[in-house]
Design a protein around this ligand. Structure first.
Ligand SMILES: [Zn+2]
Ligand SMILES: [Zn+2]
Length: 184
């Protein structure tokens, strides 16, 4: 099947491992059982040590190696199965999380943007309106609360009150900014 296409040599080794692994594990298990039986039967006969207890020390590594070999024999299959089972779920989870995070980040970013826009807009725009104003004659930027231009000396404060609507206009204004009254 697809396993053959992927790597025939590897598959051969794996097949050997799948057979040798359990055999080695079984031999190890037999050694452990023989050793254990020898160990426990020694309790009945005092004076005589467990003659075959060493079998446990041979059997345990054998069993370990056998299990390891079996695992290697099946690990490709297991890994592929696990990968196949987990990958789509993982992808969905990631997308789901990414979507959630994206929306969350967007919302937070929008909130921050609005907060900054409102805060900075108010903080930056207000002083700009208050602090500087252009001289009508020479176009120099002068402090708004200054009565006269620092360069040409002409009056800059809006001091001309409209007789019709009482709007304050530039001192040299010909018409009212608000109602268009001709100052003439
Ligand atoms: Zn000026
Ligand atoms: Zn007016």
């Amino acid at each position: 099947m697809e396993e053959e296409k992927i790597d025939p040599g590897h598959r051969g080794i794996r097949d050997v491992l799948r057979v040798v692994g359990p055999i080695v594990a079984a031999i190890g298990l037999i050694f452990i059982i023989v050793g254990m039986v020898s160990f426990f039967s020694a309790f009945g006969s005092f004076g005589r040590g467990p003659s075959h207890f060493w079998c446990v020390f041979v059997g345990m590594p054998l069993l370990g190696v056998g299990i390891l070999l079996t695992k290697f024999g099946y690990i490709g299959k297991v890994a592929r199965y696990v990968a196949g089972e987990i990958a789509p779920v993982g992808k969905d989870t990631f997308n789901y999380m990414a979507d959630g995070t994206k929306d969350g980040v967007k919302t937070v970013a929008r909130a921050i943007g609005e907060g900054l826009g409102g805060g900075l807009g108010g903080a930056v725009a207000a002083p700009r309106q208050e602090t500087k104003v252009r001289c009508h004659k020479c176009n120099t930027l002068v402090e708004e609360d200054a009565k006269f231009c620092s360069k040409c000396g002409s009056a800059v404060a809006k001091t001309k009150s409209c007789p019709q609507c009482s709007e304050l206009n530039d001192p040299d204004a010909k018409f009212c900014d608000n109602c268009g009254h001709n100052f003439g």
